[in-house]
Design a protein around this ligand. Structure first.
Ligand code: AMP
Length: 386
């Protein structure tokens, strides 16, 4: 497989998904001279604006994916809710697809993902499948209240999760999740949430990035603080857990391992994403090699770059203001960019909507507290409106 990827002529990369992650991957690939085609149903998608070519097609359009892959040396993807069957078929036909679709398939389903982690001895919160209400009652009796019911597939930004506070809420929670495979999970009274971006190359080298401390509101990431304000012991445990995850899945590319830190200073893995991640955006300005360049290096058979943190950083997401649906305008841009160390990323999505991720700002400063103060100021200035 490695032989298929050569630096001359330039590698042609196909990316399924044209959102902001695809855009930042494409930008890194273009900087390195690669040819990039992206596939996304929305014309002039964020990634399509910087790629050589965009194929406008649905993510489950196997024929379009096959046609795009036929003109590429390597295929990758920017999000996990895609049709793994057509990617598996592609791989069988000899096409290089990274991370491999077999791993994608395991990770796509929260239940199979957690089972694989447990099998590898990696700590996760207790969980069980919930095929019926009786099983949900069994979970309640085992875990106590509150506990979580989660849709096994298709969830993102907390969509597909339901917190159950008493027996009476079980029916409503199951109804809210709809007609899908469901699992239950014990509630973790975490002290903080952290994530580690970790990369694995084609020849099995693994490099992890510094720990990011992540704050969510309504399950959507709002702020990442790097380095995370945790003890060295926790940071070390988190790094080791992330690297074990990467070896377990034999992933090629950059993965994000999201974790809970418990009051006992234990690490429990919450979720693995087989791709660069929002909580790793800080790497663009704050690390020697960004997560996006790392992804491109890994999937094209190049050596991994240095993951060292060069400066403390705080990343804040720019979400669409509530009540504003339509053509997007960024308010406060000039004032925010007058602050020192502010780096703006606006994704180029034509339409904003309430809580939609429209951009982010990374603030770098020699001291973390300074970056946090400036990030708070910038956050107050910036509004995505119509
Ligand atoms: P998920 O979509 O499963 O990553 O969950 C989204 C958010 O829900 C996480 O970032 C946590 O804040 C929260 N969450 C998920 N699972 C648990 C759990 N077992 N205990 C406590 N909070 C959780």
């Amino acid at each position: 497989m490695l032989n298929r990827i050569t630096m001359s002529p330039p590698v042609r990369i196909a990316i399924v998904g044209g959102g902001q992650l695809g855009k930042m991957m494409t930008t890194a690939a273009k900087q390195m001279g690669f040819h990039v085609t992206v596939l996304d149903p929305t014309p002039a998608s964020p990634a399509g604006q910087v790629a050589d070519r965009q194929v406008v097609a649905a993510f489950d359009d196997g024929e379009a994916i096959r046609a795009m892959a036929a003109e590429a040396d390597v295929v990758t993807y920017e999000f996990e809710h895609i049709d793994s069957v057509s990617l598996i078929a592609l791989e069988k036909s000899g096409q290089a697809v990274y991370p491999t679709p077999k791993i994608l398939r395991v990770i796509q389903n929260k239940l199979t993902q957690k089972r694989a982690l447990v099998e590898a001895g990696i700590p996760v919160a207790p969980f069980m499948p919930v095929p019926s209400r009786v099983d949900a009652e069994h979970a309640a009796n085992s875990y106590g209240f509150p506990f979580l019911l989660k849709a096994c597939t298709g969830g993102y930004d907390g969509k597909g999760n339901a917190l159950v506070r008493d027996m009476d809420e079980i029916n409503d929670a199951m109804a809210a999740l709809g007609d899908c495979e469901i699992m239950a999970e014990k509630f973790v009274p975490f002290t903080c949430e952290v994530s580690v971006m970790v990369a694995r190359s084609l020849n099995g080298d693994i490099k992890s990035y510094p720990l990011s401390e992540n704050e969510h509101e309504e399950n959507i990431l709002r702020r990442s603080i790097v380095p995370a304000r945790v003890t060295d012991k926790i940071a070390d445990r988190a790094r080791k857990a992330a690297e074990s995850v990467m070896s377990t899945f034999s992933g090629v590319g950059v993965f994000c391992v999201e974790m809970f830190v418990t009051p006992e200073e234990e690490i429990l893995i919450n979720e693995v994403a087989p791709r660069p991640h929002n909580s790793g955006h800080y790497t663009i300005e704050a690390c020697v090699t960004s997560q996006f360049e790392q992804q491109i290096r890994a999937i094209t058979g190049l050596p991994l770059g240095d993951t060292k943190l060069v400066t403390p950083a705080v990343m804040i997401n720019l979400l669409g203001e509530e009540g504003h649906n339509g053509s997007a305008v960024l308010e406060g841009c000039a004032a925010a960019l007058a602050l020192p160390g502010v780096h703006l990323h606006f994704y180029g999505k034509a339409m904003t909507a309430s809580k939609r991720k429209m951009g982010h700002v990374t603030v770098t400063a020699p001291v973390l507290e300074e970056a946090m103060t400036i990030a708070s100021k910038a956050q107050k200035m910036l509004r995505v409106i119509t």
